[in-house]
Unconditional design. Structure first.
Length: 494
């Protein structure tokens, strides 16, 4: 069973029921707060009953601190005191954390046998009292308001995006659905000398493992969410032309070109040229543009939001005219193009126009009226909502909703198993960032987790998922291995 990260897990059961053993089998030791272990800290050892009060004071303080930091915490005590349990539950709720209780319904006979085998036994009368009270405690758990009351089964703590992935994985295995995959490149770590070889290896491997498209981020310096302004960063459309020569069938596009970066008619010519030279594989992604510091650095105007929306609508109307026959003039709200000649015309008719952004009142409305696709972010629930909004805009614009695809962009870290995944998270996370929070930010999951998550996105309305792989580093060999880990995920949908 998958539990959301972070969460609070309260172990409940009589002595010798197996709580500590189960906890260590399923959770990192650092997440477990054990009253026995704290007796050893406050007293002379785990069996120093005289240190119990101090140990519980330490336990309560540690639990408070961990929950305030949003850290997964396993509370390993007898858990038989209802007042303590409900206080931990209330504390979890106050910090917005999921809270589950694990009920150890170990038989009285088994508990007594285990106790007899201990070097330091629980006094027989104490254990007998716990066993007598257990049925009452067990019944109370179901009424106390936990998210789940579990038996000591196999569990994993995973980012929220994967909590229901196991069931979605089964649905994909039993009733497969299709989904396109695009590789999103927003970092170029190989250095100037190795850049072209690295990019060629990445592109050819991505095509070989089944990616349907490669997209590049259209900026002129690295964005602060990803790296430093002086990190190596390639111009997008030039890079796509190089990728066209390195590949044979993946689609190639920007995700997305800021509408303020280029003369729009010139952008139309660039995209048409790429489409011809790539054999009809270009995707023209455009968006509102947001990176004001980049505009200032390059000496470009950064118009108001309203003016950029007007420019975006003009571009969405102009580009199909540029790619069509003739040389008729175009007059928009802000753009005037006296002669829209653009030969050779694109091979695709129409050349796909993708709008980046999930703004529901204006961005998705423009996509519904003029574009082939709209790209959004967020959870499966977010995608489902955006899909409904986009569909409504399509109907209002007199277009069939099926004419405008919904696509989704996210970061994805893939591991073949939990151990490999944990090692990758530890290697990649910033020093000051909690591993669980980093794992959530990059959607760190196993191959099976990812299949389940992408199935949920497909069910929510996504026709294509574009993914950024944070471990795609400077070594061509390592980059190849990272891309190959995606192969079984993609294969599950093809």
């Amino acid at each position: 069973m998958n539990l959301p990260s972070p969460c609070v897990v309260i172990l409940v059961g009589p002595g010798a029921a197996g709580k500590s053993t189960w906890a260590l089998e399923h959770f990192p030791a650092d997440t477990i707060v054990s009253s026995d272990r704290l007796r050893a800290v406050a007293g002379s050892g785990e069996d120093d009953i005289t240190a119990s009060a101090d140990a519980f004071d330490l336990l309560e303080q540690i639990v408070r601190l961990r929950l305030a930091r949003g850290l997964t915490t396993v509370i390993d005590t007898l858990g038989l005191d209802q007042e303590r349990r409900t206080a931990w539950l209330a504390l979890a709720r106050s910090h917005g954390l999921a809270c589950v209780a694990v009920a150890f319904d170990t038989s009285a006979e088994e508990c007594r046998l285990r106790n007899r085998l201990r070097a330091k036994r629980i006094p027989a009368d104490v254990l007998a009292s716990q066993l007598r009270n257990w049925p009452t405690v067990r019944a109370a758990l179901d009424t106390e308001g936990y998210d789940e009351v579990l038996l000591p089964q196999a569990v994993r703590v995973v980012p929220e995006a994967f909590v229901s992935a196991s069931a979605a994985l089964v649905r994909q295995q039993e009733r497969p659905t299709g989904l396109r995959f695009g590789l999103h490149l927003g970092e170029f770590p190989a250095g100037r000398e190795g850049m072209s070889d690295w990019l060629r290896v990445v592109a050819s491997t991505a095509e070989a493992v089944g990616f349907d498209a490669i997209y590049v981020m259209d900026h002129f310096r690295q964005i602060p969410q990803v790296g430093r302004a002086w990190d190596d960063f390639l111009e997008s459309w030039t890079t796509l032309a190089y990728l066209a020569a390195c590949t044979s069938h993946v689609r190639l596009g920007t995700l997305v070109s800021g509408i303020t970066y280029r003369n729009v008619a010139h952008l139309g010519k660039i995209a048409a040229t790429l489409d011809v030279l790539s054999g009809g594989r270009a995707v023209c992604g455009i968006g509102l543009a947001w990176f004001e510091a980049e505009h200032k650095a390059y000496g470009w105007d950064f118009p108001s939001v309203n003016d950029r929306y007007a420019l975006l609508e003009d571009a969405l109307r102009l580009l199909p005219v540029m790619w069509g026959p003739g040389n008729k003039a175009f007059h928009g709200k802000l753009l005037d193009v006296p002669d829209t000649s653009c030969y050779p015309r694109p091979l695709q008719d129409p050349l796909p126009l993708l709008v980046g952004g999930g703004g529901e009142k204006r961005t998705l409305r423009l996509a519904a009226r003029y574009a082939s696709a709209a790209n959004v972010f967020g959870s499966a629930d977010d995608v489902r909502h955006k899909s409904d909004v986009l569909r409504a805009h399509c109907v209002a614009a007199g277009r069939e909703p099926a004419e405008v695809a919904l696509t989704h962009l996210s970061t994805v870290l893939v591991g073949k198993d939990d151990q490999e995944l944990a090692a990758s998270v530890e290697r990649l996370r910033p020093r000051r960032q909690d591993p669980a929070k980093y794992a959530a930010s990059v959607h760190a999951g196993t191959v099976e987790d990812q299949i389940g998550r992408f199935r949920e996105l497909a069910e929510a309305g996504a026709a294509e998922v574009m993914i950024r792989l944070p471990d795609l580093d400077a070594s061509p060999e390592q980059a190849t291995a990272v891309l190959e880990r995606m192969a079984p995920v993609i294969e599950a949908f093809h």
